[in-house]
Design a protein around this ligand. Structure first.
Ligand SMILES: [Zn+2]
Ligand SMILES: [Zn+2]
Length: 309
């Protein structure tokens, strides 16, 4: 008797037909995210924060266009490929000072934008002061943000610094082609920059239809991972799917009984304009539910500061 395989298993049968990567589209990556945040904000418990972040993400799209990031040295790519390592590894990367120009562009945009709360403007003013008088301090904050180690007192600045770093890394990643990225990089981290994924999305349409991609919070690369697999420990048994009762369709948390972790999985079929960062930020209720159930979140949202374990 012939058995009909569910979607996830069909993917397993033929790896070659599934695109392994989705690279960021420079013209729209942040504009799409900003639009999604604006769409999700009304009525959300975090409405004011989602609107503030939408303004910041609009500034990111502007900065991506306005500030030129230098090319990646070809030797960097060939060495990374030879060792199956991400070529834009965030830890240890010598950031060009241009990333601070990106931060400057973001701060200017925030100060000119409508409806930015006074508290957020204060944070921007503080960062502006450091940018003008003590760039070394800004570099240290960036190092701490990338390492996931920021003092509680400095946490309000994190989304703004992170936003500038995202533009810098996304700009670099958008110039890469698939054959410049390792096909067998370490499990569970972005093949572009080595970051942990923010969430995952089951895509619709074309060759990606029904395939699940993990999404990088820093360089915006997405990489394929077969469904019903823990994105943290690679276990395929003891995985469960949780959602908020009465909550939006297509928003789930994939939990793992082996490592007691979880990450969200979004189904584009039910969420047409889904974005890995925006939809994650708009579903914090599910994080609370998972926390109460004793599961630890795999990694944070770049626009919402959480101290790493
Ligand atoms: Zn990345
Ligand atoms: Zn696991």
């Amino acid at each position: 008797m012939q058995r009909i395989l569910p979607r996830g298993e069909i993917e397993n049968l033929d790896h070659t037909s599934v695109p392994r990567l989705r690279l960021p589209v420079r013209a729209s990556v942040f504009a799409d995210r900003a639009a999604r945040l604006r769409q999700l904000a009304p009525g959300n418990p975090a409405e004011a924060y989602l609107q503030l972040m939408a303004t910041l993400v609009e500034a990111q799209q502007h900065a991506l266009k306005a500030v030129a990031v230098p090319h990646i040295p070809p030797s960097r790519i060939s060495v990374a490929l030879a060792h199956s390592m991400p070529p834009l590894l965030a830890s240890g990367w010598q950031r060009e000072p241009v990333w601070r120009e990106i931060l400057q562009t973001l701060l200017t945009h925030m100060r000119q934008a409508q409806g930015v709360p006074g508290q957020a403007l204060q944070v921007c003013d503080q960062l502006q002061g450091q940018l003008d008088n003590n760039p070394q301090a800004i570099e240290q904050i960036a190092d701490a943000v990338l390492a996931g180690q920021v003092e509680e007192s400095g946490s309000a600045a994190v989304p703004f610094v992170m936003a500038a770093l995202q533009v810098y890394w996304t700009s670099l990643a958008s110039t890469l082609s698939e054959n410049q990225l390792p096909s067998a990089s370490p499990f569970g981290v972005c093949p572009g920059c080595g970051s942990l994924p923010v969430s995952s999305i089951v895509r619709v349409g074309g060759r990606e239809d029904g395939c699940r991609y993990l999404c990088c919070p820093l360089c915006a690369i997405e990489w394929h991972l077969v469904r019903v697999t823990c994105s943290h420990c690679e276990e395929t048994k003891g995985l469960f799917y949780h959602s908020v009762e009465g909550g939006p369709e297509g928003v789930k948390a994939e939990s793992c009984d082996s490592c007691h972790g979880y990450r969200k999985i979004f189904y584009q079929e039910k969420l047409l304009g889904v974005d890995p960062v925006a939809d994650d930020l708009a579903s914090l209720g599910l994080d609370m539910l998972m926390g109460e159930a004793g599961f630890a979140r795999g990694s944070g949202n770049p626009l919402l500061w959480q101290q790493h374990e």
